[in-house]
Write a protein that binds this ligand. Structure first.
Ligand code: SAM
Length: 325
């Protein structure tokens, strides 16, 4: 049964680990975020069971994220098995790119094509300041490798934070003119405990758009499903730019996604702490039918809180690295 007022919920974002090899100050700052014990997080077998049931409920698209998904061993095996699940049409990945150079070939061979790479700065020193690590050049090499192998599209996700990296908007936009990368600018969200969010650090996509107008013409492209919540523009008829404004443009009404946390909690809404314990069912002899019923119920009762900027919860109990950004 579906609620026809809203789009079909067919997109599951799975955080396969809360571990990360970066320590971005706004996401998983050094020493601040407890890490799950390996037996707490879902095994690949368990993730597959969830996806098989999800496909029966109508989920078609899977995104693997984290933490940093590439730190989990043998990811290519999970990807090829997920792609073989009847009903699953697409498996995509969000990564910080640090391990991409080493793993891109095995991921490509497994069937992965669409990747999002998070990169908040094009300056190596600033990369160190934001992430606590010196891996800027590794990420750049990973991107080159992914391009050479034929991954497409490769989207670059940049979280814009005033006073930190908003001076690089034009540089990132120019990058989209010189490469096939789709550069997406994302509003900084007040998610997770002590993530440093403050109104003074927030840059709206309206402001980003107007600052990019200095570079030339931004022409809106007709929306396609793979844009997700991004508004996509052509810059000077060649560069592709995405603007993602979760705070200034509430997209709850068009939300088609749910999240699965590393330890097996289903989160129907990013902004709500409502969670459904899937691992308990998996490890307590629940049948596939039980799992299908649980997922079906979650889809039916998915909340869609319409929020303006002022109504956003300040923080919440989990940061992005534990939810799956
Ligand atoms: N490690 C992978 C990566 O870096 O892409 C996947 C997980 S990471 C949590 C996913 C994305 O969430 C990154 O692009 C990160 O910048 C973004 N993110 C984390 N905290 C955020 C926040 N408070 N506001 C906006 N984006 C955030």
């Amino acid at each position: 049964m579906e609620n026809s007022l809203f789009p079909k919920v067919d997109y599951l974002r799975i955080s396969i680990t809360d571990r990360c090899n970066l320590r971005c100050f706004y996401c998983q700052p050094s020493g601040e975020v407890p890490i799950f014990h390996p037996h707490q997080i879902l095994s690949y077998e368990e993730i597959l069971q969830v996806v098989q049931a999800a496909a029966k409920v109508g989920f078609r698209k899977i995104r693997l994220t984290g933490g940093e998904p590439l730190v989990r061993r043998d990811l290519h095996q999970l990807i090829s098995r997920l792609l073989a699940v009847p009903g699953i049409e697409e498996v995509t990945l969000t990564t910080n790119g640090v391990l991409l150079e080493d793993l891109a070939s095995s991921l490509f061979t497994a069937g992965l094509r669409r990747i999002n790479v998070s990169l908040d700065t094009l300056h190596p020193l600033k990369f160190y300041r934001i992430t606590g690590n010196n891996f800027f050049h590794r990420v750049r090499r990973g991107l080159e490798k992914a391009l050479a192998l034929g991954f497409e599209p490769i989207k670059i996700n940049m979280v814009v934070i005033r006073g930190i990296n908003d001076d690089e908007l034009e540089m990132f936009a120019r990058w989209s003119l010189a490469t096939p990368f789709i550069v997406r600018f994302i509003e900084f969200m007040p998610i997770g405990p002590r993530n440093g969010w403050h109104p003074s650090k927030f840059v709206s996509i309206a402001e980003i758009g107007s600052r990019l107008n200095n570079l030339g013409t931004l022409s809106p492209l007709a929306p396609v499903a793979s844009d997700g919540p991004a508004q996509v523009f052509l810059l000077n008829s060649s560069g592709k730019i995405g603007l993602i404004g979760p705070l200034s443009h509430c997209f709850c009404q068009s939300c088609n996604r749910m999240r699965l946390t590393p330890e097996g909690r289903l989160r129907p809404c990013l902004l709500s702490d409502q969670e459904i314990d899937v691992r308990g069912l998996l490890r307590g002899n629940g049948s596939e039918d039980d799992l299908v019923r649980l997922l079906d119920q979650a889809v039916l009762t998915k909340s869609r809180p319409v929020r303006s900027l002022e109504q956003w919860p300040q923080s919440g109990s989990r940061g992005m690295s534990r939810i799956g950004g």
